[in-house]
Design a protein around this ligand. Structure first.
Ligand code: FES
Length: 202
């Protein structure tokens, strides 16, 4: 996203709702008074939940004020962790894993489908504003590569056809069934269990 676009979408002010202020105080109280900064991740997470899954600059300044931290220190934390979004994301936020195991198994085709159907660039909203997508590092489901995370759910063992179906469904404001596109249970072999047959939920 260009600097011009980013500055247009930034709200001038941010503050916690009453309920979130209470939650923030609880987090801060977990630490000694001289170590308030330890609550920075928890407060940024609260901001993101309150603000449609992204953190504006005004909120980074607000959190710095709550924790008596220099603004730049909070900014460093917010920009370091990829789970914090610093620009608006869609109602359906698609994170495509492009680390080596997923890449070898076809992640590039998945990002191409995102480019074609959602937006040409990462971190931009689709035309109907429902979706956005980004590339991320390993999400810990390499054995089900290639995969992507949409909001809180994993979609695994993807191919082009399945990915296209999922994205089209999101664009129609329908959340598809998460899990393996090959109907594997977790990371069991594709043709069913081969060991621990006597153990029910293994
Ligand atoms: S490499 Fe994609 S989930 Fe690990």
């Amino acid at each position: 996203m260009t600097l011009n676009k980013i500055s247009k979408i930034q709200p001038e002010l941010f503050e916690f709702t009453g309920a979130n202020l209470l939650k923030a105080k609880k987090e801060i109280d977990k630490y000694p008074k001289s170590r308030k900064a330890s609550a920075v991740l928890a407060l940024l997470y609260l901001v993101q939940n309150q603000n449609n899954n992204w953190i504006p600059l005004a909120a980074i300044k607000y959190v710095a004020g709550q924790l008596n931290m220099p603004y730049i220190k909070v900014y460093e934390v917010a920009t370091f962790y990829s789970m914090f979004n610093l620009s608006p994301v869609g109602k359906y936020y698609v994170q495509v894993c492009t680390t080596t195991p997923c890449m070898i198994r076809g992640a590039k085709k998945i990002t191409d489908i995102c480019k074609k159907n959602i937006s040409q660039n990462q971190n931009e909203l689709s035309e109907n504003k429902l979706c956005s997508w980004t590339e991320v590092e390993c999400l810990g489901a390499c054995v089900n590569a290639p995969m992507m995370q949409i909001n809180q759910d994993f979609f695994e063992d993807l191919d082009e056809k399945k990915t296209e179906e999922i994205i089209q469904s999101l664009l129609k404001d329908k959340f598809p069934e998460p899990g393996s596109a090959k109907n594997r249970k977790n990371n069991a072999p594709e043709k069913g269990k081969t060991s621990l047959l006597e153990v029910k939920n293994a």
